[in-house]
Ligand binder design. Sequence first.
Ligand code: 1GP
Length: 248
Amino acid sequence: MSVFDQLLKVKKQRGAGYLVLIDPDKQSIDDATTLAVHCQDYGVDALLVGGSLLFAHQFDVVIQAIKEECNLPVIIFPGGTRQISPYADAILFLSIISGRNPNHLIGEQVIAAPLLKSMKLEPISTGYMFIESGNITSAQFLSDSSPIPREKPDIAVAHALAAEYIGMKMCYLEAGSGAKYPVPEKMIAALSQHTRIPLIVGGGIRSPEEAYAKVHAGAGFIVTGNILEKNPDVAMIKAFADAIHQGE
Ligand code: 1GP
């Protein structure tokens, strides 16, 4: 079964899925592996690996180490074409559709596509949308892309519909890692009402209650990163997983 089909199955069976982001720049290999094993044991559905930059030259090594210890699907969440590894199970094949920078709409993808083919890495075509979140995030700055105003759900809906009609499989609403304000529920609800592709929501989600509110509004998948990097506590992982799997 493809990783995308596994994600759809999780969403169907558990109401929504919980994805934990591991940024190789922010953790040692040992810490990343320990976190991955805790995630597997306490209810996380899949791991995302990636980051806005790549200071540490250990992308392959981190993914290999995680795969040795943990059976969860490992999906690359690439900050650029240097973050591609044959050891992962799939990659979010992102196009920054909220921006108008052609390089991040199609240029980087053209460079990456033959590499993915040769590595037999499953691409999961994803419309990536930045949502204004109270500060300029690393991903916005580095990709030279403006976010969608947080009080304009209609603009977000139009983008998500375009993603669906182009044939993208998922839509990722990104407030940015460490965002001051996460993606508003009103916007998630509008997208969930008007589009059929699953919504991934991440950036600035700091509590299980917030995660639950996003799922209740219509998020299909919740991503957390920072909160577990700061506090890789198993009780916290379980609390997030339980809140997100409310449809179980
Ligand atoms: C960033 O959505 C992720 O792409 C995670 O954000 O680190 O703020 O949880 P946080």
